[in-house]
Design a protein around this ligand. Structure first.
Ligand code: OOG
Ligand code: NI
Length: 463
């Protein structure tokens, strides 16, 4: 078989994200409601802002505007993590970034599997925030051993998925039939199981250690715990969620509303309580419940350089020192005001952000620039003379403090926070069986390549 008969990894990812969306809307009806709300709000924004509509159309992103951008799962073992890395690679999703959530009291560390590169992101931007449980942070030794034993026995992938995975790796791709079977088989891993693989008593012990430990260990597989479409106006969706009968988390995570959006803003609706049957130890079942699954929305802005990110982190810390957002939303307005006030220190003008070296931008020649004699001109002069233009590079990754806020709001607001901060990227990469891509180096390379293209004919001097 020749390579040309293989379906592209981008198409497999697109088929997978569509299948996941359909499954999740079916399993979690409130998520379907959120999707319709997002589509309505996006339509409204586009109707009022023809300029934005035009820009989205030009960048080929208008058609899929309200489609999912990401989802999240939580895994239990190194074996599961390294296998999922191979599965996602077939879909063109690669591990980018390392996120330590232990600092925020959640016993996991994570990466984002995502398409890398402009073309792949445009074709289908779907990514999965993937966390690995850290049993090493659970203090109770007996519980740690019991949990490890349960996890070592479960099989989260179907035999069909594993066979097709081997085949894809051996052949270097999958043909049309295999690709659609692969999507179907892999989808099974993310399904919800309403029968636990532990007893109610074991669930209670796991839950007492941390709700997240119970969520990972008690089930046959890593159910997708949320999906996240993109919204063009996150504040509006947040406001309208209660009108649609869904209950939003207390605050929007991330930076405040701005003229020039930076990084990532996110909010979610609270996880639903779902009926679960636990083993009763006598071959029967005992009914109980579990909260895990929710819906989220995101709005993205420019990727920040290490300098920009340091400023963002400092301002966010300062805000939270002034006002720590309460889980019940009682001080949400105060928090928002503090956030807006503190973030006045972050320039809100594209050129100012660029000149201060806070964000990553993509440079290109203007029509005038194509024609002009740019001999010996530096980048700034070329920009000042209208020969080179710049566009913000969108942030495609995640934020640990925001992620922790999303975790916590969906684990129940009384989730204990008693873990000692202990990032361990080396351990994570060993378990993953690969190293993660450094997100900053990645954005810097995109920016540099765009500058090189402007300088490419050698007439424009390096800045
Ligand atoms: C993942 C939470 C992180 C995000 O958007 O920051 C996340 C989880 O709850 O498993 O998805
Ligand atoms: Ni998320």
């Amino acid at each position: 078989m020749t390579k040309t008969e293989f379906v592209s990894s981008d198409s497999i990812r697109a088929a997978f994200s569509a299948a996941m969306s359909a499954m999740y809307r079916n399993e979690v009806p409130a998520y379907g409601t959120l999707m319709s709300l997002v589509a309505q709000v996006n339509e409204g924004v586009l109707a009022e802002d023809p300029g934005m509509k035009q820009r989205l159309a030009e960048t080929d992103t208008l058609d899929r505007i309200s489609e999912e951008r990401h989802g999240a799962i939580r895994l239990g073992t190194a074996q599961e993590l390294s296998t999922i890395r191979r599965v996602f690679a077939v879909m063109g999703m690669h591990p980018v970034g390392y996120y330590d959530l232990s600092t925020a009291g959640v016993p996991v560390h994570s990466t984002a599997f995502r398409p890398v590169g402009d073309t792949a992101l445009k074709l289908n931007p779907f990514r999965i925030f993937t966390s690995l449980l850290r049993l090493d942070l659970v203090r109770d030794e007996q519980l740690r051993a019991d949990a490890a034993e349960v996890l070592s026995k479960r099989k989260i992938f179907t035999d069909g998925a594993l066979e097709l995975l081997d085949k894809a790796e051996k052949q270097g791709g999958l043909d049309r039939d295999d690709a659609s079977r692969f999507v179907e088989e892999v989808l099974q891993t993310f399904r919800w199981h309403d029968k636990a693989i532990v007893s109610a008593e074991m669930y209670r012990r796991l839950h007492d250690a941390h709700r997240l430990v119970a969520d990972v260990v008690s089930f046959r597989g890593p159910h997708i715990n949320h999906l996240t479409p993109r919204t063009l106006d996150i504040d509006e969706v947040q406001r309208r969620m209660p009108v649609e009968g869904i209950s939003p988390k207390a605050i929007v995570e991330g930076p405040p509303t701005r003229q020039c959006p930076i990084l990532l803003r996110q909010t979610s609706f609270k996880a639903l309580e779902e009926a679960v049957a636990f083993e009763d130890g006598k071959g029967g079942w005992r009914s109980g419940s579990h909260t895990a699954r929710f819906g989220e929305i995101e709005q993205r802005g420019v990727a920040l350089t290490p300098k920009g990110r340091a400023l963002y982190d400092r301002l966010l810390n300062e805000t939270r020192e002034r006002c720590r957002p309460a889980a019940d939303g009682s001080n949400a307005a105060e928090y928002e005001a503090a956030l807006a006030d503190v973030f006045k220190a972050f320039p809100d003008d594209w050129n100012a952000i660029r000149k201060a070296g806070l964000g990553y931008f993509s440079y290109s020649l203007t029509p005038a620039g194509e024609k002009a004699d740019r001999t010996g001109m530096d980048l700034e002069t070329a920009i000042a003379n209208g020969l080179v233009q710049f566009d913000p590079i969108t942030y495609e990754d995640f934020l640990p403090v925001s992620a922790a806020g999303i975790f916590q709001s969906n684990l129940g607001d009384d989730a204990t926070q008693e873990f000692v901060a202990s990032p361990n990227q080396r351990m994570f990469e060993r378990d993953l069986g690969a190293s993660v891509l450094d997100e900053f180096a990645h954005y810097a390379a995109i920016m540099q390549a765009s500058i090189d293209r402007c300088l490419g004919d050698g007439r424009l001097a390096a800045a």
